[in-house]
Design a protein around this ligand. Structure first.
Ligand SMILES: [Zn+2]
Length: 99
């Protein structure tokens, strides 16, 4: 399997684990995906990055451990750890936001 596919797969696994509430496992998958990206000097997928708390590394699941809010300009993501991040939502389509 090529590195990009592995990262994508790990992202999926992290998402599944996150949805089940297995946050430690989700974090582990994220960690592995980041390591692969680093090792292969790949850009970490933006789609995936959006769902990772930059402060605590948790995979963010809307309605479970994170709140996603939109205003006119951007999406604001609040993690349970108290960290917020915001980004313009026109640039990237967000899979999973509609759930
Ligand atoms: Zn956090």
């Amino acid at each position: 399997m090529i590195a990009e596919e592995r990262i994508e797969k790990l992202g999926q696994l992290a998402r599944e684990a996150g949805i089940k509430g297995e946050e430690i496992r989700a974090k582990r998958y994220i960690f592995l995906a980041q390591k692969i990206a680093q090792r292969h000097r790949l850009k970490f997928p933006v789609q995936l990055k959006r769902f990772i708390c930059s402060a605590c590394g948790t995979y963010l699941v809307p309605g479970r451990n994170a709140r996603f809010r939109t205003n006119k300009k951007c999406v604001v993501v609040s993690c349970d750890c108290g960290s917020h991040k915001r980004y313009p939502y026109k640039k990237t389509k967000l899979k999973g936001m509609e759930e």
